[in-house]
Write a protein that binds this ligand. Structure first.
Ligand SMILES: [Zn+2]
Length: 689
């Protein structure tokens, strides 16, 4: 389950610990076979033609979209991807309602998704059970006798969707042998979205910590603690987490795969953190016997080890109690759901309203049973023709990459050969897995939401742990078929495009090639380029962390990526917060490389066709507008602040304008003058691939 690295095109704010309401609402949707709404991949009504594209392509292409698409009150941001994601939720809801208890002829898969969704929609039962739903876990924590007994207890406290408490544990690919799954331990244990929230001294970070303490206090009060005790214990939890945060890698440090590679024997781990009873922990979770494990963040475990004895047992009990209740809050009674929303979605990300319950329930079903729901989804939206045409586009983009590598004037033949070998070895995964995940051992019932979540957590943890010691399954997907996103995984050396990201307006079989290549062609190029960005390029054709560059070529490559980092560091996200050029480097390199490849692939695909202007736009202009319209968006300031710390992607307008300023094809398409803002001097243009 835990991948050291996986690079997405978009990273929607899929904050699982988000939540929402008691709003059952009147949803007058027709009970008929659903369909996704159609929006063209180039929408002229989304453009603001009063803007000069040579001054600002993004607002020229998306200006009217922004005016017509204010952020819905239950959303933290809004975008073309976000809107498609929401349309998907409506669509999936219809599928789930048709799969519910009482519907005739349900097969095993339909029963699971239908009953899960029904249990989630049963708000009355969730309210009635309230905290009783997690009472066994709370009782186990209360019975803790010593720090030494933490290990078997922690093993018994899986968090929703297979996450683990206190630290991140599970399986990962061996960085030196990508065919092998090994055990892995990573940093974790924090309630705020990033370690930086605990360490930064600016006014906003201080305020966020104060609000977090209030949130922790509120959760304790909901568990029945007195306000005084709740406040005191909340302060203690902030202190404990701050110490763990300080010992954690930053997100920029985590982009260096060599920092995360720390393979050791179990005996070494025991020496690193002797106060935690690792042997008992692994036995309790029935880990397969293993020789080596990777510890991504040794300093974190050293700190955890120290805190295990320096903090009184009572503090640890409160720490565990808070995190169990906090993580299960979205599945408990309305007061827990409300508090979860208030802090994580409203305060941190600026949402004005909770999402209606059905939206949350569809998402929870997708997180727990993604490949069960996905079967019903792809049957309806993903035809063999769509798969074939996507594959054709992928092949053309890969061919463009091959051509590009061969033509590079700065790379030696030696390194080029390695790059081409890596390109040839990439696996293309399109739409959905060849073999569906088997959920038959997971018991799902229609009237026990928290129980379903807990069993789902155990199922996922077990599935993940069981991979250890076995060969890697190259058919596995990290995201569900309905997900509106795509990713590259450097250890798998594969690119993955779920059915959800291959729908209009992102991929539109009714539209001409130009905007489709600008949009989905660019997405394919983006994922492909991740294999060759500053991070992905450190993995070889097999997915092993192994240098395949000559020293000289690597230096030239680093100088080229530095151009990109410097360019994006100048852009402002919100207030005086700039884009972190180091954090976003891989994504920016992928955005730039992706669009260059898409343009080449489009030219190749249409070389025998005579292309004409449509809607007064030349084919080249349509390519770039199609590109820009993939990411029309409106953002809340609160959400931008979270993204500045946590999101490896740049903000929408710079993902568009920052790319095309480096593409002479763009300035030619719109006959821009050298003096205009969207045109860089030729000696300043960043060019990596
Ligand atoms: Zn990406």
């Amino acid at each position: 389950m835990k991948r050291m690295f996986a690079f997405c095109i978009c990273l929607l704010s899929l904050v699982v610990v988000s939540s929402a309401t008691a709003q059952t609402g009147s949803d007058n949707h027709a009970k008929q076979e659903p369909a996704l709404p159609y929006i063209p991949s180039l929408d002229v009504t989304a453009m603001d033609k009063s803007v000069d594209p040579c001054v600002d392509l993004y607002h020229y292409s998306c200006g009217d979209w922004q005016k017509k698409n204010p952020i819905p009150p239950d959303q933290t941001s809004w975008s073309v991807y976000g809107k498609l994601y929401q349309d998907n939720l409506f669509f999936l809801r219809s599928i789930l309602e048709q799969s519910g208890p009482g519907m005739p002829q349900r097969d095993a898969v339909t029963q699971k998704i239908g009953d899960f969704y029904a249990s989630c929609m049963d708000e009355t039962t969730a309210d009635k059970r309230s905290v009783a739903a997690i009472q066994p876990q709370l009782d186990a924590i209360a019975a803790l006798k010593s720090a030494h007994d933490m290990a078997p207890l922690v093993a018994r406290l899986p968090l929703p969707f297979g996450r683990t408490i206190l630290f991140v544990a599970g399986s990962t690919q061996d960085p030196d042998n990508s065919e092998q799954e090994i055990a892995d331990l990573d940093q974790g244990g924090l309630g705020l979205p990033d370690r930086d929230y605990y360490t930064k001294d600016d006014a906003k970070s201080k305020e966020t910590r104060e609000r977090y303490v209030q949130h922790v206090q509120k959760i304790f009060e909901l568990l029945g603690d007195s306000p005084q005790a709740a406040k005191q214990n909340a302060e203690i939890i902030l202190r404990m987490e701050t110490a763990l945060a300080k010992a954690s890698w930053t997100r920029v440090e985590r982009r260096d795969p060599y920092k995360l590679k720390n393979k050791m024997k179990l005996a070494d781990l025991i020496q690193l953190a002797p106060n935690f009873d690792w042997e008992t922990y692994y036995r309790a979770l029935q880990y397969p016997k293993f020789e080596i494990l990777n510890v991504d963040a040794p300093a974190f475990y050293k700190q955890l080890n120290a805190e295990l004895t320096s903090e009184p047992l009572e503090n640890w009990k409160n720490y565990l109690r808070f995190h169990v209740a906090d993580q299960y809050s979205p599945f408990l009674s309305a007061n827990f759901v409300q508090e979860n929303f208030e802090f994580y979605r409203k305060y941190l990300r600026g949402a004005k309203q909770m999402q209606p319950r059905w939206k949350r329930c569809v998402q929870f079903t997708d997180y727990n049973l993604g490949e069960a729901l996905g079967q019903a989804y792809v049957r309806r939206v993903f035809s063999p023709e769509l798969k074939a045409s996507t594959l054709d586009m992928v092949n053309r983009v890969e061919a463009a990459m091959g051509q590009r590598i061969r033509q590079l004037d700065w790379m030696s033949p030696e390194t080029k050969q390695q790059a081409l070998a890596k390109l040839a070895a990439i696996r293309n995964k399109i739409g959905y897995p060849d073999k569906w995940r088997d959920y038959s051992s997971l018991k799902i019932v229609h009237d026990d939401l928290a129980g379903n979540i807990l069993r789902g957590a155990e199922f996922e943890q077990h599935r993940d742990v069981n991979k250890i010691g076995k060969p890697v399954d190259h058919g596995e997907w990290d995201i569900s078929p309905a997900t509106v996103d795509a990713y590259y995984n450097p250890q798998m050396n594969d690119i993955n495009f779920p059915a959800g990201v291959l729908q209009p307006p992102l991929y539109d079989p009714k539209m001409d090639d130009a905007p489709n290549y600008g949009d989905t062609g660019g997405t394919i190029g983006h994922e492909l380029t991740h294999g060759f960005d500053d991070q992905g390029s450190q993995f070889d054709s097999k997915g092993n962390l192994k240098n395949w560059w000559t020293k000289d070529d690597r230096e030239k490559f680093d100088a080229r990526t530095k151009c990109v980092a410097d360019q994006y560091s100048q852009y402002v996200m919100v207030d005086d917060i700039h884009i972190n050029g180091e954090l976003t480097l891989g994504e920016n390199v992928a955005d730039l490389g992706g669009e260059i490849l898409a343009f080449m692939a489009w030219k190749d695909a249409t070389k025998d066709k005579t292309l004409h202007p449509i809607d007064d736009l030349t084919p080249e202009q349509r390519f770039f507008i199609g590109f820009a319209q993939w990411d029309c968006a409106n953002m809340r300031d609160e959400d931008l602040r979270v993204r500045a710390v946590t999101d490896p992607h740049s903000t929408a307008q710079y993902r568009i304008n920052g790319v095309v300023v480096n593409m002479p094809e763009f300035s030619r398409a719109f006959s821009c003058k050298a003096s205009q803002p969207m045109v860089k001097a030729s000696d300043k243009v960043c060019k990596v691939w």
